[in-house]
Ligand binder design. Structure first.
Ligand SMILES: *[C@@H]1O[C@H](CO)[C@@H](O)[C@H](O)[C@H]1NC(C)=O
Ligand SMILES: *[C@@H]1O[C@H](CO)[C@@H](O)[C@H](O)[C@H]1NC(C)=O
Ligand SMILES: *[C@@H]1O[C@H](CO)[C@@H](O)[C@H](O)[C@H]1NC(C)=O
Ligand SMILES: *[C@@H]1O[C@H](CO)[C@@H](O)[C@H](O)[C@H]1NC(C)=O
Ligand SMILES: *[C@@H]1O[C@H](CO)[C@@H](O)[C@H](O)[C@H]1NC(C)=O
Ligand SMILES: *[C@@H]1O[C@H](CO)[C@@H](O)[C@H](O)[C@H]1NC(C)=O
Ligand SMILES: *[C@@H]1O[C@H](CO)[C@@H](O)[C@H](O)[C@H]1NC(C)=O
Ligand SMILES: *[C@@H]1O[C@H](CO)[C@@H](O)[C@H](O)[C@H]1NC(C)=O
Ligand SMILES: *[C@@H]1O[C@H](CO)[C@@H](O)[C@H](O)[C@H]1NC(C)=O
Length: 369
């Protein structure tokens, strides 16, 4: 009896492990492989899913008010619910800094927590997302209200980052999805809302030299493969490898760049802003632009402590340290369900094995009964 129940528990645990969704880093995958011409292996994975957050008490039904001229210090409270939870706050920090105009800009910028929110999307049909995340920039007469969420995993050192997003709103805003350490260690996907809707900018900083002139090759204006336009939902991907940055949109390679590939650990940063500079352009007073995100998937390697380099005291969720050979490789591309990596080697063996495991469980249960 003891033996049988032990066996039963053992097989049951195997079946559960097989059926378990591979959402979390480190459970059933030792490492991850990406596809495409910049295919690489990575030890860690994070998946941030904003698609189906329970809308308790209808907290996401209304868009938080635009930040107005009387609220110019970034002190507004953030949205209740998910963005106010430790689950979110362990990984992301909503920014509240502001910036006075510089010689090349016209407008002051002020980040506010009130400009980042989860929205209810359940009334929109044919979408599997009942919610998504939005970052907003809104133009006041005297300043731009802007939004930024900074990743707290600051030791990311080479990565494949995928963001499922769309952009809408008036010309004059910059939508940034990028890796960041400082102004010379930064790799960007940027959407300028003054551009045509089939253009994105891909850059490795610095794009401007100390002499104030644009550095050739640092920033590229990329035409998206037809019919992709940034007003629709697309998967934006940045592969950051040693010596190579590759950008993909909806799995099509749009650019390789060897200039300025970051060489130091960084974090993922996402922002939406406008400052009246030549880069952003001007938004008209009282208008807004938005970045909507359903999910972010990132496979990556690390270097140094989670709080990154230079050191900052922000040690929170550490990933389990990886060592030893990668026996179980998982693919994050061409998966049946977004966010669920699949074993990339010998899938038939896995299927047969898990099937036989369930037969054994059934047999054991019958014998026991
Ligand atoms: C981009 O770089 C990869 C890796 O070096 C290479 O295989 C691929 O051919 C390059 N693609 C283009 C369009 O340059
Ligand atoms: C990530 O780290 C693993 C283990 O050290 C290594 O095999 C892999 O090549 C690294 N990936 C990149 C892109 O450097
Ligand atoms: C914020 O401003 C934009 C642009 O004027 C407007 O469309 C939107 O409805 C405003 N949001 C709220 C919550 O009032
Ligand atoms: C939640 O919001 C309150 C203010 O309303 C704030 O004091 C608290 O730090 C927030 N918690 C998290 C985890 O963001
Ligand atoms: C919704 O999910 C189903 C099942 O995973 C998938 O077949 C379908 O394409 C998804 N629809 C959208 C709009 O993403
Ligand atoms: C970025 O950080 C690195 C490492 O500290 C440093 O060498 C570099 O000068 C910094 N660049 C800027 C623009 O601050
Ligand atoms: C881009 O990819 C997304 C997600 O797979 C898909 O919903 C969308 O239709 C694609 N866009 C185009 C123009 O193919
Ligand atoms: C933004 O508007 C101001 C005032 O109208 C103007 O001085 C500035 O040149 C504009 N900036 C751009 C990039 O058009
Ligand atoms: C990887 O990409 C190649 C060519 O782009 C494709 O033939 C192959 O099916 C892809 N494999 C996976 C696992 O995504």
């Amino acid at each position: 009896m003891v033996q049988f129940s032990g066996l039963l528990a053992f097989y049951a645990s195997l079946c559960i492990a097989n059926a378990d969704i591979l959402q979390e880093n480190s459970k059933d995958c030792d490492c991850y492989v990406t596809n495409g011409s910049s295919s690489a292996y990575f030890l860690y994975r994070r998946f941030f899913d904003f698609r189906n957050i329970p809308n308790s008490n209808g907290v996401y039904n209304l868009e938080p008010p635009n930040v107005t001229s009387s609220q110019d210090a970034g002190g507004e409270l953030g949205q209740k619910g998910y963005l106010n939870s430790t689950v979110f706050a362990d990984d992301w920090e909503l920014q509240t800094w502001g910036r006075t105009p510089r010689p090349t800009t016209l407008l002051r910028m002020q980040n506010s927590k009130q400009s980042i929110y989860i929205q209810d999307n359940s009334k929109e049909d044919n979408s599997n997302a009942t919610t998504f995340l939005t970052l907003r920039t809104y133009r006041n007469q005297q300043f731009s209200s802007t939004a930024e969420m900074l990743g707290l995993q600051r030791n990311v050192f080479h990565a494949s980052i995928r963001i499922y997003a769309r952009v809408h709103g008036v010309p004059g805003a910059v939508i940034g999805m990028f890796t960041y350490l400082n102004d010379s260690t930064e790799s960007d996907i940027e959407i300028l809302t003054r551009d045509q809707i089939n253009h994105v900018r891909c850059s490795n900083q610095a794009t401007i030299g100390p002499d104030g002139y644009t550095i050739p090759g640092a920033s590229s204006d990329v035409t998206l493969p037809s019919p992709v336009v940034w007003t629709n939902w697309n998967i934006y991907c940045l592969d950051w490898l040693p010596g190579l940055s590759s950008w993909y949109v909806n799995e099509s390679l749009v650019l390789n760049k060897t200039y300025g590939v970051p060489k130091l650990p960084s974090c993922l940063d996402i922002n939406v802003w406008s400052d009246g500079s030549d880069w952003s352009g001007n938004m008209s007073v009282g208008s807004a632009a938005y970045l909507d995100i359903q999910w972010i998937e990132m496979v990556f390697n690390t270097s140094g402590p989670r709080h990154g380099y230079p050191t900052e005291n922000n040690e929170k969720r550490n990933l389990e340290r990886r060592s030893g050979p990668c026996k179980r490789v998982c693919s994050v591309d061409d998966v049946e369900r977004i966010g669920i990596p699949v074993r990339s080697e010998a899938p038939t063996t896995v299927v047969v094995w898990s099937f036989s495991c369930c037969i054994w469980l059934l047999a054991a249960a019958i014998i026991w009964a």
